[in-house]
Design a protein around this ligand. Sequence first.
Ligand code: ATP
Ligand code: MG
Ligand code: MG
Ligand code: MG
Length: 482
Amino acid sequence: MNASEIRKSFCEFFESKQHQIVSSAPMVVKNDPTLMFTNAGMNQFKDIFLGNRKPSSPRVANSQKCLRVSGKHNDLEEVGHDTYHHTMFEMLGNWSFGDYFKEEAISWAWEFLTDVLKLDKSRLYASVFEGDKEMELEKDMEAFNFWKKYLPEDKIINGNRKDNFWEMGDMGPCGPCSEIHIDLRAEDEIAKKGGAELVNKDHPEVIEIWNLVFIQYNRKANGDLEFLPQKHVDTGMGFERLCMAMQGKKSNYDTDVFTPIIDEIAKVTEKKYGESDEVNIAMRVIADHVRTIAFSITDGQLPSNNKAGYVIRRILRRAVRYGYTFLDQRNAFMYKLLPALIKSMGDQYPELIDQKELITKVIKEEEDSFLRTLATGISMLDKIVKKTKEGNYKVVEGKIAFELYDTYGFPLDLTELILKENDLVVNRKEFETEMEAQKQRARSATAIETDDWVTLMQDDVEEFIGYDYLESDITITKYRKI
Ligand code: ATP
Ligand code: MG
Ligand code: MG
Ligand code: MG
């Protein structure tokens, strides 16, 4: 099955179970101070779970565009380096609002994966919430017993609070979840080492595909849990991961969701995917990021200097930087990937076709401008290298690296990379001190993203305390309560 067919079969399956198919909400969230980007299919149903809105149907399903680059869900560091975390991805989901519960959710998930898609049952695992002393909760025996109908006990794995208990925030709806994992390793490897102990251990071929959340509690302001009068189901399955499993691939980037884009990157840059680790990582980063940028532009979010726009700009720059450093791209090239992106996703997302010209123009302009910045930074750095070497020093002042970062948008890891080629290093401690000092200087006001949502209370004022520096040169806005 190709990707479009897989997506379609998911919707048709849940339609046959009386679900209403709804559209994806925008990926860039406007008018919600507590959330910058949609990070899960259930975001658009938040008000239903909180009891503030009635659902259009007690059962819905869809494919949702998600972005995980900020707040509680930030996968950016992984993207490109592994083969199954994206910044933007599609989440297939089905929901019950006070309607069906664990039994149906589990049996339909199983039916869809094994009967409809015919995935190999012997490669599947389920995880269930093992209970938690501190929370005074027992193991989720209900879920365990339903899974026992389909899986031997040794393939039903206990999961802790981190992986198997979902909470919206400090307060509000929450509950245990049950995840489905798949072992994609070769037969002989499976024979050597069973998969159970590899579940949830970041193994690239034993991966989580579907999360079934059973919303049965409400966490009160005092921290106590109470049973909800109505129980809900919220599920999310990684579409690109499902495509990988279905198409017998070992990487999301080898599925038809990504191959047209990767092929085009190879053509444009005259490099080969598979040539070296560095080239592979760079190509994956670019293939991933170009989707994110194109989709955020179609959502009306252009790269800019603040908030969501700034996050998007940093993602674009991350891709340019990988292209520059590992694929020798000295000129704008990402904008050339649009036709390939449209080829892979245009039929499901016609907005890509409608806005092709705008997307192309914006990406090219951003690339050109960042490349100019890089060129300035690099020529400055050349002078610094020369001076440092002349003085017979080995260490470049952190202050200089910070100035390159702060004034020229020149990321620390790129500075370090160039210095390393010249046998030099940066004084990182000094760099961090400068960064800290800058944090203290910056001031602004919006909301924080540490949970799926943050409930802003009355008189709950937050003060901007600056940007958090991460290796990837993406910044996370930080706030503290005042
Ligand atoms: P993981 O443990 O792999 O990071 P998760 O537990 O954070 O995944 P959930 O929040 O449970 O993910 O989201 C539901 C599903 O969405 C996951 O089972 C997975 O298939 C998919 N998914 C999550 N994060 C990503 C991502 N960054 N890129 C692609 N798919 C993802
Ligand atoms: Mg995750
Ligand atoms: Mg997980
Ligand atoms: Mg999960």
